[in-house]
Design a binder for this molecule. Sequence first.
Ligand code: ATR
Length: 271
Amino acid sequence: MDLYAVFGNPISQSKSPFIHTLFARQTQQQLSYRAIEPAEDGFAQALADFWQAGGKGCNITAPFKEQAFQAAQQHTERALLAGAVNTLKLTDDGILLGDNTDGAGLVADLLAHFGDLNGLKILLLGAGGAARGVIGPLLEQHLDQLVIVNRTVAKAQALAERFADLGPVSASSYEALSGDFDIIINSTSTGLKGQLPPLKPELIQPTTRCYDMTYSAETTAFNRWAGELGAAKTVDGLGMLVGQAAESFAVWRGIRPGSRQVLRELRRNLS
Ligand code: ATR
């Protein structure tokens, strides 16, 4: 049976084995998918062991996405743009291909919840690894404007410059930020620390739709805040997780599973 895995540390909370097992059942593919937790300095060895054991492909999550980028022998365009790899595939030629499906997962979920993104003004909160992975795929959607806002403004500026050739992207500080945005996407790690990004409340208008890239059984802190301020709609990142997994599955197996049923089961099991 073909062998797949997810690498991360910590990994015990990972939903990927659950998701890919359901995808395999849905598409009638014979495969096994497990979670591997290398020590922080043990990723390269664990990966080598995995290929040795017959592994065909894997997902990579924090903190190993940059190391996975280094490990790949070839990269897709979107992985090069992201500077990080969340999907590795051993090709039939024995080449290790690095891909990044995070942005595609986000865009698929945004389209599912909010419809066409063409001509919209989008505000992206945060300029870390999570932000960098999604900017290229967002700009492919022919936005009117993508503004990256970050506490450390220089990081937002660096990202805006890096992606300037791909579309209308600019950077801002939280203080200088004004205007109406159709969609606000939270990519910051504030939720993990029980904090909120320092966004002015007036940025949340009755028409604003908010997307938090994190998820939890309860409404996320950012979505609760935005909802209380009257945002039109708030969505968490569980669909992005399933979307990036579906895209990885398609890269490996050449068949694209449907997300809806898996998402429903995952939501029901969230604790
Ligand atoms: P990830 O890979 O999840 O993006 P990261 O690279 O550490 O993680 O980036 C975390 C992001 O959350 C950064 O944009 C960070 O802002 P800084 O670059 O200024 O550090 C943002 N962030 C974390 N805590 C924050 C807070 N309390 N307020 C605003 N932004 C915060």
